[in-house]
Write a protein that binds this ligand. Structure first.
Ligand SMILES: [Zn+2]
Length: 160
């Protein structure tokens, strides 16, 4: 997921936060949508996907409310199906552990039901957003003139 070429992601007119392609390359994110299949590989390096279902060691565990079941959704491209979805639950902003992501239906988990890394309309989920925030050069509306060494540094920080 971080092996793609940088140059094609860096149109100056295209703010980073509006481009899931750039997000994938620069912030260590990967696609959260499901198409088919069962994921059988190891723990992904991306910040927004995991195979770990242990709350204590979940990489985005700090975003999960203690009252939220982990996993929160089990089965093919799951929504909230482990207990009753709380009133006021936000499918984009409330974080749990939902099966399906990286184009696979099962065997891998994403942080929220629906993130910008899953479909084209919603904002980024808190896990993805925080990954951007770690990239201090990426302000909301700036159109910086990217340099290769800036991008390399940003990528390293994102993977801490
Ligand atoms: Zn996300």
């Amino acid at each position: 997921m971080v092996t793609r070429q940088l140059a094609i992601s860096c149109e100056r007119s295209s703010p980073i936060r509006n481009s899931p392609k750039a997000a994938t390359d620069l912030a260590g994110l990967d696609d959260e949508y499901c198409v088919d299949g069962n994921y059988t590989a190891g723990e992904p390096g991306s910040v927004d996907l995991t195979i770990n279902t242990n709350r204590a060691t979940l990489k985005w565990g700090k975003f999960v409310d203690p009252g939220t079941p982990v996993p929160t959704g089990s089965g093919t491209c799951a929504g909230y199906n482990q207990g009753t979805k709380p009133a006021g639950w936000d499918d984009n902003q409330d974080v749990g552990l939902f099966e399906g992501g990286s184009t696979m239906n099962t065997g891998i988990f994403r942080p929220v039901i629906n993130c910008r890394m899953r479909s084209n309309s919603p904002p980024y989920c808190p896990v993805c957003y925080t990954s951007f925030s770690a990239l201090s050069t990426f302000s909301n509306t700036a159109s910086p003139r990217w340099r290769e060494d800036d991008l390399g540094g940003a990528r390293q920080r994102a993977h801490k």
